[in-house]
Design a binder for this molecule. Sequence first.
Ligand code: NDP
Length: 489
Amino acid sequence: MTTAPGGLAIQTVRTLLVLGASGDLAARLLLPALGQLLTVEPVRRLRLVGAGSESWDADAWRDRLRTSFGEPNAHGAAVDDLLATTTYQQADLTTDEGLRSVLATCEPPTAIYFALPPAIAVKVCAALERIGTPEGTVLALEKPFGSDEASARRLNDQLLRIVGENQVHRVDHFLGRTTVLNLLGARFANRVLEPLWSSEHIDRIDIVYDEELALENRARYYDHAGALVDMIQSHLLQVLAFVAMEPPATTSEADLRDAKGTVLRATSVWGGDPVASSRRARYTAGRVGDRDIPAYVDEPGVDPANDTETLAEVTLTVANWRWAGVPFTLRSGKALGMRRREIMVTFRPAQHVPVGLEGEAPPDVLHVALAPECILLELNMNGPGDPDTLSREVMRADFDPGRLDAYGEVLRGVLDGDPSLSIRGDTAEECWRILEPVLAAWRSGAVPLEDYPAGSSGPSEWRTGTDVGLIPLADGAARFPAPTSGAGA
Ligand code: NDP
């Protein structure tokens, strides 16, 4: 990677080849992120080649791009340049001929972005191995990476026969989220949080990603993945790694990814018991906000026999000096009544509250919200106007959302040849290793598939643990209130 005056990176990649450019990910996330990146960093000059299943001509492709670029309002010379030179090709990308003819239109070095269903991506990798890639090719693969530890290892072996490890970007866009990146500063750039960041002061950590969205026509993928693979195996384990890692010496690719790898190697199912440490459920018909939601099993494309869970919860241990005895509970689900996207750190109770101070002293809680990006610290203090009474106060700091969305951050890494925000091969395998006992227990039926009405907070008997420290909000819809003017911690 080279750097322009002002510290702006200049990409080493000349062509971005999007395989599966006709698909949902490309339209909704990847291409808008590209438009935003070119707008924010117009120094980039990039050719975009799209390939997919649709038989679009040049005009239809440009229309598709303009629609995707519309949302971030992409504009400027780099965007115009890209729109003038971009091409699209319909091809069966699993065949040698299809792939060869698309690659022939790319000016190397090329970043090949697999915006394809995972099973197709594996076949395309096999074709790439057969036909070879030009010098400097970079590969970007989406989650899920493999379908278990063994298949992830096979895919890693195959990728390494095509390019080197640092040319493989196993994308997890949660790593581009401002909050996740800001965890490094919040933890390691002050002397306040990190000295408390261990089992000595922390009782439990919950990483929660509850969505109000239901299936939204994604049965083809989701009905085979479910909440555990879709969210916890990938995104939430990556967040755990940032929360629990030891301080890296630098934010370089090697230091950061070593620190993540080390902590994930120490992570496993709580008590070695996947049945006692995991729960799964599926939504029945209900109402989320003003929308009627059908039961999951009645959504188009769903096969009830798959027993796919739409809400998953797993408790893990990080068996090292810092974290022994602290449960990490990861939970994610769809069609829930309240959107909650946060890391919740619950501290141990105060050792002794002076006699004479009246009132409850529940555990202090740090909420690191993933969206909107902010930190809230709930502390017990003296009550306003009455120094003898305890009260719960909240300190809040809002993060700037940054100039780029999460996908923009990740895409920048791919184009700059900087894999710091990508998942390293060994880590991709570890994430399967951690959850495989749970997947096996669920497959065997040892963990019952429970029900919850869409619009609820999950099965009623689950309302423990992660509800500790919840700040009651009147509307219930937004977990974190908008900042009042001048708000800050
Ligand atoms: P899609 O099912 O929409 O597939 C992507 C595109 O690839 C479709 O246009 C599809 O065409 C096309 N395609 C399939 N097979 C071939 C082939 N042999 N040759 C050429 N084109 C082909 O997937 P998504 O876009 O939803 O997801 C892509 C990847 O991104 C997946 O790994 C997913 O897990 C990941 N992801 C997706 C997110 C999302 O919100 N969609 C979010 C985060 C990650 P056709 O429809 O005709 O089959």
